[in-house]
Design a binder for this molecule. Structure first.
Ligand code: FUB
Ligand code: ZN
Length: 615
């Protein structure tokens, strides 16, 4: 593979402020709605009082601390974007509660300490102790420099020291791996924030011991071999060639592998991660960047098994995890194919998971929904305000405020515009302050203008997405053959990028049997879907004409600037309402109108379909 490890970084949260029509309102609603609602839910459900270790009322769950930590991490990023006194108070009072439950030896988990002390480090496969620890570490690193944040940071360092004293191959320690990966990537963050190499060593241990024999998980559990696959513990990770098992756990593990490789310079580990990623995005990913084909164990299945309806999975958390992984792989390799996946997941499989109002969520992101059926995960294909396991709402709380950091990658003298959504940024490139503005209507419009607002020397790299077949670039009005500009910039310099963005008809590999005879529509990075409310006939009776000049049109009821894709279709006039019949259907010409997939079900309940029949 000949990979050379690079080390691009990202602007800190708060340095990028979106001014576009897609990300800006999503971040805004996250701060106004998603986070406040999650704070209320965490408090009213007893997640915060759980740290008192005395109010146990039988309902407390082993994953509660992870939800609290994820919301706290989101609060930290939100405070970096926009300081807010009330939120700052919540941040500090939650930290006070959390650290109050830390045990003298550093241990910190409200469920185990309050409700099941006998299980401490005994049920790694199921009780999420290391997973919760990982999220607590991520929250602490995010909030370290905020008022009161150091208290949590010191507490998680003591907790990580405690974990390090328990697990490892050294004498006096025991072998163990998390049932749900997360701590690996968190320990690398903690290493970077503290400089303590023990945390990096511990992350490497969790990665390299995973899947070796004997398995640390109990053999008396159901279907032992199957369980090992679901937990990515079927073989050592360096021998795992495909993306398998529980989808969220998988992408967290691969992110941890990439992070460890970044710090240790372990090219082989990174290459293994790239190999798994290749399998994931070429054979096991939905067109939307959704991953995990089955609700059964929330897992990947096998190559090309990508059904669209009620049996599929594609958890919101998994797509957010995929964005994180793809971003890391770009930063380490500079290969723009990773940004293509990141962009696909961001604009489609991630944003579909949250309502425009920011307070309702999909757990599973289906590609085809029958509005009258209830055979869906959690009994409904409607976005919900919360779930008994609310991992997705709490993931959005921490993910959306970080959105700005994904769109640029930076090295000492290079700046990469990963996604050209309009924004204003104050960046640090090799210690040099650079103010930048991106304007334009991306992703609906391919015209993008980057304006450098102060003088300085660095190389600006524009990305040409793989979906774009023709483009042009100009620097201060002069046509350029290159998308890389290494120069001394003057305030007011402008680079203009024009990405051609026609509607594209996408077909599936025939091995994806659910999509046979069907097409999907894409424009730029956006996948489109037909919602029944926009059609004259039921979506299942429509066939889209494949060869035509599709039109884009404004659509009411969706955010300003949203473009629908419209065109000719055929209505299938059924000769019979029997389940099976031999008579040949007739067709009448009609029209169809498709909306960006991420925006479906924001105007009420409706059936929906991404892969539509065609003629
Ligand atoms: O178990 C914690 C989270 O809940 C997982 O990441 C999700 O897939 C859901 O199972
Ligand atoms: Zn989730």
């Amino acid at each position: 593979m000949n990979t050379v490890i690079k080390r691009f970084e990202h602007p800190e949260t708060g340095r990028v402020k979106f001014t576009d029509g897609v990300f800006a309102p999503r971040v805004d609603m996250c701060l106004k709605s998603t986070i406040p609602a999650a704070v209320n839910k965490a408090e009213s459900s007893g997640r915060i009082d759980a740290f008192d270790l005395k109010n146990y009322h039988g309902l407390r769950e082993y994953f509660y601390d992870s939800d609290t930590a994820k919301i706290l991490e989101g609060i930290a990023y939100a405070l970096k974007l926009y300081p807010d006194e009330k939120l700052q108070q919540t941040f500090q009072s939650w930290i006070g509660k959390i650290v109050s439950c830390q045990q003298p030896d550093g241990y910190l988990n409200s469920y185990i300490s309050g409700a099941a002390p006998q299980d401490r480090w005994e049920k790694l496969n199921t009780l999420h102790e290391l997973y919760c620890a990982g999220h607590l570490i991520e929250a602490a690193v995010a909030g370290k420099d905020l008022p009161g944040g150091k208290t949590l940071f010191d507490a998680v360092c003591r907790y990580a020291d405690h974990i390090d004293s328990i697990f490892g191959l050294e004498e006096g320690k025991k072998r163990g791996w998390p049932g749900h990966e997360e701590i690996e990537l968190a320990l690398v963050k903690l290493y970077r924030a503290s400089g303590n190499e023990r945390y990096l060593k511990l992350a490497s241990y969790f990665i390299d011991d995973r899947g070796t024999e004997p398995c640390v998980f109990p053999a008396d559990e159901w279907n032992f071999e199957g369980m090992k696959v679901v937990r990515q513990a079927d073989k050592p990770v360096r021998e795992q060639d495909d993306a398998h098992g529980h989808a969220v756990r998988a992408v967290y593990l691969y992110t941890g592998m990439a992070d460890v490789a970044a710090e240790t310079g372990d090219v082989k580990l990174l290459e293994q991660c790239e190999k798994i990623f290749d399998n994931l995005c070429k054979k096991r990913m939905y067109i939307t960047g959704g991953i995990g084909s089955t609700f059964y164990y929330e897992a990947f299945t096998c190559d090309y098994d990508l059904t669209n309806g009620s049996l599929m999975y594609a958890e919101s958390c998994a797509s957010m995890g995929l964005v994180q992984l793809a971003s890391r792989l770009f930063d380490l390799t500079g290969k723009s194919k990773y940004l293509d996946v990141m962009e696909t997941a961001l604009y489609n499989g991630v944003l579909s998971g949250i309502s425009l109002s920011g307070d309702k969520f999909f757990y599973s992101n289906y590609l085809e929904v029958d509005e009258n059926s209830s055979f869906y995960n959690f009994g409904s294909a409607e976005r919900q305000p919360w779930f008994s396991c609310p991992c997705c709402p709490t993931s959005f709380s921490r993910f959306l405020p970080q959105l700005g950091s994904f769109i640029y990658s930076i090295s000492d003298d290079e700046l990469f515009v990963n996604i050209p959504a309009a924004n204003e940024a104050e960046l640090l490139i090799g210690g040099q302050k650079v103010s930048l503005e991106i304007s334009g209507g991306y992703p609906y419009d391919g015209k993008i203008i980057v304006t450098v607002k102060n003088s300085g020397r660095f190389a600006l790299n524009l990305r040409i997405p793989s979906w774009c077949r023709s483009y042009s670039v100009r620097l201060n009005g002069e046509k350029s053959d290159s998308c890389r500009f290494d120069r001394l910039w003057e305030a007011g310099d402008k680079v203009e990028l024009l990405l051609d963005m026609p509607v594209e008809v996408i077909r599936s590999n025939p091995k994806v049997t659910s999509n046979s005879g069907r097409i999907a529509l894409k424009r730029g990075p956006l996948v489109y879907a037909l919602e029944e409310i926009d059609q004259k006939y039921p979506v299942r009776e429509l066939l889209i004409e494949e060869k035509q000049e599709f039109k884009t049109e404004k659509i009411s009821g969706l955010p300003e600037g949203t473009l629908a894709v419209c065109g000719r279709a055929y209505h299938e006039i059924l000769p019979s309402d029997e389940l099976y019949f031999s008579a040949v259907p007739e067709y009448e010409e009609t029209v169809f109108c498709a909306v960006p997939y991420a925006l479906w079900q924001n105007r009420g309940k409706s059936s929906m379909c991404v892969w539509n029949r065609c003629k």
